[in-house]
Design a protein around this ligand. Structure first.
Ligand SMILES: C[S@@+](CC[C@H](N)C(=O)[O-])C[C@H]1O[C@@H](n2cnc3c(N)ncnc32)[C@H](O)[C@@H]1O
Length: 188
């Protein structure tokens, strides 16, 4: 049985939506946007994905790069990158961006999503999980950016929405937090 590297390095388990997507998407070139210390990158790397993991936190990138080196996993590349620049350098089969967009500069959202879409190969996937702020469920956390109802599905018109919901979850302190969760497939 494979060692669980997330446990070995004190990383939380991979995001549940990344785990679900990895059951549908075969190992391929994946970009993990806002990877932090790599809970999703390490999980996908162990499954055989060719992972590029990007974050603007140099300490997080160093930690993930050390894990990849220590475990001799050349299929995980950790790189410093500012998502706000919206200048991805290559194309991917799968771009994953879980609980990260709410920390970006709000005026850059359209450019960032367009860049993700342009840098996804035909037949490839985008996974996004992002906090929302709606009349019914005002966001209880002062994130720089929150999505409105339908905003994410609107941005992915022309893509096949494999999964889409705007469900409300409960935080540990009892506060309600609404998330847009989307796995979309690029058709052409
Ligand atoms: C809540 S963590 C999410 C980590 C990971 N995606 C996950 O599912 O656990 C958000 C991450 O986004 C990164 N981040 C925030 N703004 C960023 C930016 N402008 N460019 C790159 N990374 C950014 C933070 O450094 C942090 O590691």
């Amino acid at each position: 049985m494979k060692v669980d590297l997330n446990s070995r390095y004190g990383l939380n388990p991979a995001h549940s939506e990344v785990v679900a997507a990895s059951k549908l998407i075969a190992p391929c070139d994946v970009l993990d946007m806002g990877c932090s210390t790599g809970r999703n990158a390490v999980y996908l790397g162990q499954l055989g994905f060719n992972v590029t993991a990007i974050d603007n936190n140099p300490n997080a990138i160093d930690m993930l790069a050390n894990i990849a080196q220590q475990e001799q996993m050349p299929n995980i590349k950790a790189q410093l990158y500012d998502i706000n620049s919206a200048k991805l350098a290559k194309d991917y089969d799968f771009i994953s961006c879980t609980v990260t967009l709410m920390f970006i500069e709000p005026t850059r959202l359209d450019a960032i999503i367009a860049d993700m879409q342009n840098n996804t190969r035909s037949g490839g996937y985008n996974l996004i999980v992002c906090a929302m702020d709606t009349e019914r469920h005002p966001c209880p956390v002062p994130f720089p950016l929150t999505l409105s109802a339908g905003q994410l599905s609107q941005a992915y018109q022309g893509w096949q929405l494999i999964k889409y919901n705007e469900d409300v979850g409960t935080m540990h302190n009892g506060a309600k937090l609404q998330f847009a969760t989307m796995l979309a497939k690029k058709l052409s």
